[in-house]
Design a protein around this ligand. Structure first.
Ligand code: AMP
Length: 192
């Protein structure tokens, strides 16, 4: 199963990806998680990405395209994968198409998880408050940054729904349902 989870920040992509990892035995490829690990490890890529992420802007396409291209070659991705947070722009989606073609892979579905923007701001701000107690607090989760992330989503990422709809791949799921119901809707939408 080769999937993309698409949706605004806070819609529950990460939560659903982790559940689907268990259900299908395939890895979650989260560019956000990989970038945060690079920041923690203070690698050159992490150092360059930190300021951009703290503002809620997108890191350059070449950086995330490189991360994903390398990741897709790993053994654990050969039976499938769940892309969470990638692609986020049309050029990233085009780069992914090329990568998959080169590697002889094809997407099975793009799951669009929809969510109400007021609820999203609340969810992300709460997530920041909860994590602020621990050392892993995300500096990109204050209200102004959250609004920027949502604007970036609307402007640069939302057009991907049309891009993948034209390929007949999009299944839309209501992300405002309880977590288990979102999972059930996703599973019902996926090919057997
Ligand atoms: P996420 O955990 O997916 O919400 O990502 C956190 C932050 O990492 C984003 O706000 C971006 O700054 C950066 N990021 C993650 N994935 C991408 C991507 N595909 N393209 C550009 N920037 C990304």
């Amino acid at each position: 199963m080769r999937l993309i989870l698409l949706g605004p920040p806070g819609a529950g992509k990460g939560t659903q990806a982790k559940i689907l990892v268990e259900a299908y035995g395939i890895p979650q490829l989260s560019t956000g998680d990989i970038l945060r690990s690079a920041i923690t490890a203070k690698t050159p890529m992490g150092l360059a990405a930190k300021e951009i992420m703290d503002r809620g802007d997108l890191v350059p396409d070449e950086v995330v395209n490189g991360i994903i291209s390398e990741r897709l070659d790993a053994e654990d991705c050969q039976a499938g994968f769940i892309l969470d947070g990638f692609p986020r722009t049309i050029p990233q989606a085009e780069a992914l198409d090329e990568m998959l073609e080169d590697k002889g892979m094809a997407l099975d579905a793009v799951i669009e998880i929809t969510a109400d923007s007021d609820v999203l701001v609340e969810r992300i701000v709460n997530r920041a408050r909860e994590s602020a107690a621990s050392t892993g607090a995300r500096a990109d989760d204050n209200v102004e940054v959250v609004r920027n992330r949502l604007n970036v989503y609307r402007e640069l990422t939302a057009p991907l729904v049309g891009y993948y709809r034209a390929k007949g791949l999009v299944k839309t799921v209501d992300g405002m349902q309880p977590v288990e119901e979102v999972t059930a809707s996703i599973r019902a939408a996926l090919p057997n």
